[in-house]
Design a protein around this ligand. Structure first.
Ligand code: DGJ
Length: 373
């Protein structure tokens, strides 16, 4: 579609929804190139606000697929005897949107819907389904969806896995599990093993906790799960099996006691990077960045990559994914969620370019609008 026509259609669609052009296009238009507008309402090609939170991207055969949590309603504290708990929101499912330009997104539907007729199901609305990430396995030709699967009070702390023959699903749910049952991390010490009160030791027989998570596929096709573990203070990086469906038992503990959530991993010039958040529920905090020569570490923290006003709260957002843009060398987009816990579907998307200092430190600066061109 001609750009001008599609823009008119886009504005018209928003007006129909009552969102109004002024909010989106409040600043004078200075470019005919469609812009990424961090924090604005972002409508899909049907004119409806995109609902894909805590999500991730897959680039496959020239198309980007954006997977995320479908959020509805407001957060609430569950009425259960919570040994660990926080406010939650009911599960609806995993959305999928597709695009070839990262700007115009077509809704491809709910690819892993909640199961509403079986309270025992892991996909029951009263459970937790967060931070879905989809990777493609070239050997099995399957699309594999990993997500944080949890009980109503966030005490189960498990990984859910689903699989599909196509990027747009439907995904078949395979089950949830705790990674690395009966396995010590590669960096374990005798003192770690002897610390009976530690979560690592307590979870040794039942598997390690996994809450906020991401999956990273390396250039050699090896994949890794990165998950907030041990009650959240420590991230664990686990190797995945060749089919990407489970963990192999090889894992390492990183950023011990630093309480990082919302992990993102990317690779640049042979080095591995993470940009993660701190751990403050739905409230924003200062992002952290880190670099390593190997996924197995050692990881060196590089501080908050955000610069300028509101950098201390990641421009009021929380990381969810870093996208290396296909065909554009050295172009990475930091993707984050501006949670609105009183109206979660209205949580906004913060996408900003990442730049690097000469010594390789990532930096993120606020821009009201920007274009990949
Ligand atoms: C922070 C996490 O990053 C989110 O995914 C969500 O689990 C909230 N905590 C819940 O409080």
């Amino acid at each position: 579609m001609h750009e001008w026509i599609s823009r008119r259609f886009f504005i018209a669609g928003l007006s129909v929804l009552g969102l109004g052009a002024p909010e989106l296009f409040g600043k004078p238009a200075i470019s005919t190139v469609p812009q990424i507008r961090p924090g604005a309402v972002w409508a899909d090609t049907a004119g409806k606000p995109i609902n894909a939170h805590g999500g991730g991207m897959l680039f496959h055969d020239g198309t980007y697929y954006w997977y995320g949590e479908i959020k509805q309603g407001k957060t609430y504290l569950p009425k259960v005897n919570a040994s660990w708990g926080g406010t939650r929101v009911d599960v609806v499912g995993v959305s999928c949107y597709s695009s070839t330009d990262l700007l115009h997104w077509e809704n491809r539907g709910n690819v892993l819907p909640a199961v509403t007729n079986d309270p025992k199901s892991d996909l029951d609305p009263k459970k937790v389904l967060e931070r879905p990430k989809v990777v493609y396995n070239a050997k099995t030709k399957k699309f594999v969806l990993w997500f944080h699967s949890d009980s109503v009070n966030y005490a189960a702390a498990r990984c859910g896995v689903a699989v599909s023959d196509t990027p747009t699903g439907p995904f078949k749910y395979l089950g949830n599990f705790r990674p690395n049952v009966g396995q010590w991390p590669v960096d374990v010490t005798d003192a770690d093993k002897a610390d009976a009160q530690s979560q690592l030791v307590k979870d040794f027989p039942v598997g390690q906790m996994a809450r906020d998570l991401t999956v990273f596929v390396d250039d050699d096709a090896k994949a890794y799960l990165v998950a907030a573990s041990e009650g959240n203070p420590t991230l664990q990086i686990s190797e995945l099996s060749d089919d990407y469906l489970k963990t192999t038992g090889k894992y390492i503990r990183v950023f011990k006691g630093r309480s990082m959530e919302a992990p993102t991993v990317f690779k640049r010039n042979g080095k591995y990077y993470m940009i993660n958040s701190g751990c403050t529920a739905w409230e924003p905090n200062a992002a952290r960045s880190a670099v390593a020569d190997s996924i197995w570490g050692p990881w060196t923290e590089l501080g908050n990559p955000c610069q300028g006003d509101k950098a201390d709260i990641t421009f009021q957002s929380q990381s969810t994914y870093v996208l290396p843009v296909a065909g554009k060398p050295d172009t990475f987009i930091f993707m984050a969620d501006r949670w609105n816990k009183d109206n979660l579907s209205d949580s906004r998307y913060i996408w900003l370019p990442i730049t690097f200092t000469p010594d390789g430190k990532p930096e993120i600066r606020w821009q009201d609008q920007w274009s990949l061109q």
